[in-house]
Design a binder for this molecule. Structure first.
Ligand SMILES: C[S@@+](CC[C@H](N)C(=O)[O-])C[C@H]1O[C@@H](n2cnc3c(N)ncnc32)[C@H](O)[C@@H]1O
Ligand code: SF4
Ligand code: SF4
Length: 370
């Protein structure tokens, strides 16, 4: 099936799932460990006790089996670096055998000949590869390792082998000197799509990484976002790319803020399992806002709890009167430190508003184009 038809089908299924509180999509953070050490990474942990607390392949398969019983048809395997999980292959094949559509998110280091062979024989829906530099120096500056040659050789080989490869670029203060070249280089690799991460999120406090160190200014964000829109134009959408992908199109004049509950599909059709067996509505969702212990209460109860908490979450007062609430929906992940208090992080709102204005400007231009 081609991508357009697949996406249309997914949207229809998502609409039904939302109406019926069915968890059709699961995100699995198989491990918080990684073979790189990106300086902006919100998840990567180096604490050696993590290994003892990580879930084994059989434990993941047990949880995934419960998710499938409750309607899961799509799974995203991520981390940390999911492909470093000792049972990655076993977990991956289990999902494929169950008929689940699998997306793998990776830094590309282990997307080697063996992995490509596996994916050619048992294809994932897509492999998302993060590109962290345009040469050895930039790779070292962002990730602590010169993995440039290895990663780009793997990306090229995966594309030649016919896999659906998408590239992800995450600009941060550490990538800033090279960010234009990274985007230019990404375009040359011939992947199906290049996605540029337009919103950095605060890191888990256990990582010791701070937004003050890795974040970008409003001006830097805006410049990069414009370059992204110029380089990788897409069908005009009624909101930002990330939201459209996640939620489907929303009419332009309709507020994305509900009287009660969160607008997006996190916790409505999608759940995320953290590396330690806790469930949240979405990856990196603040645990002090919504979190359920699947290992203790089982998948079904955890899903009910998360689903109910998402529906009951009260968005900040200021969102109801915000000039941009037809273009932005409140996302606790983007206001992590204040979300438990139902408040907004001002810097996050400033960027959301500017981003929405730039997106509107591009849509207007596209409408005028012959
Ligand atoms: C955490 S990584 C896990 C998968 C894999 N290790 C990788 O690098 O693609 C998932 C995505 O999150 C991005 N990311 C890392 N830190 C981030 C942050 N602070 N804010 C937003 N995205 C971030 C990464 O660049 C990557 O594209
Ligand atoms: S962003 Fe990905 S590759 Fe980088 S440290 Fe985090 S998990 Fe590892
Ligand atoms: S910009 Fe801030 S206040 Fe406005 S809708 Fe978005 S999160 Fe709410």
């Amino acid at each position: 099936m081609n991508t357009i038809r697949y996406n249309k089908l997914i949207r229809e299924m998502t609409k039904n799932a939302r109406e019926n509180d069915t968890p059709i999509s699961g995100i699995f953070e198989l491990t918080p460990l990684c073979n790189l050490d990106c300086k902006m990474c919100y998840v990567h942990l180096t604490d050696p006790t993590v290994r003892e607390r990580m879930l084994s392949g059989d434990e993941w398969i047990g949880l995934m089996g419960q998710a499938i019983e409750h309607g899961m048809i799509n799974a995203l395997l991520t981390g940390g670096e999911a492909m470093t999980h000792p049972d990655f292959r076993k977990i991956y094949l289990y999902l494929i055998e169950q008929g689940v559509s699998v997306r793998v998110k990776t830094n590309g280091i282990l997307l080697n000949g063996d992995a490509i062979e596996l994916f050619v024989e048992y294809p994932p829906y897509v492999v998302d590869v993060s590109l962290y530099g345009c040469d050895g120096e930039s790779y070292r500056a962002v990730t602590g390792h010169d993995a440039f040659q290895a990663v780009t050789a793997n990306i090229r080989a995966a594309i030649v082998a016919g896999l659906h490869v998408r590239l992800m670029v995450t600009p941060s203060a550490y990538m800033l000197p090279w960010v234009d070249r990274v985007m230019d280089y990404a375009k040359t690799l011939g992947a199906e799509d290049v996605n540029v991460n337009a919103m950095l999120i605060e890191a888990d406090p256990d990582t010791d990484r701070r937004m003050e160190d890795f974040g970008l200014s409003l001006e830097e964000n805006a410049r990069i976002y414009r370059k992204q829109r110029d380089m990788f134009p897409r069908t005009p959408r009624s909101q930002t790319e990330e939201e459209a992908e996640f939620m489907g199109e929303i009419p332009e004049d309709e507020p994305h803020i509900l009287p009660s509950g969160l607008y997006c599909n996190a916790g409505r059709t999608t759940f995320a399992m953290n590396w330690d067996g806790t469930m949240g509505p979405c990856l990196d969702f603040p645990r002090d806002v919504i979190c359920a212990d699947v290992k203790r209460i089982g998948f079904e109860s955890a899903w009910r709890e998360v689903n109910q908490d998402v529906k009951n979450y009260v968005v900040p007062e200021e969102c109801h009167t915000c000039s941009h609430n037809t273009k932005c929906h409140y996302c606790p992940t983007q206001h992590k430190s204040l979300a438990a208090q139902h408040r907004c992080v001002a810097a996050s709102c400033d960027w959301r508003k500017l981003q929405a204005d730039i997106a509107a400007e591009y849509r207007a231009k596209a409408r005028q184009a012959p």
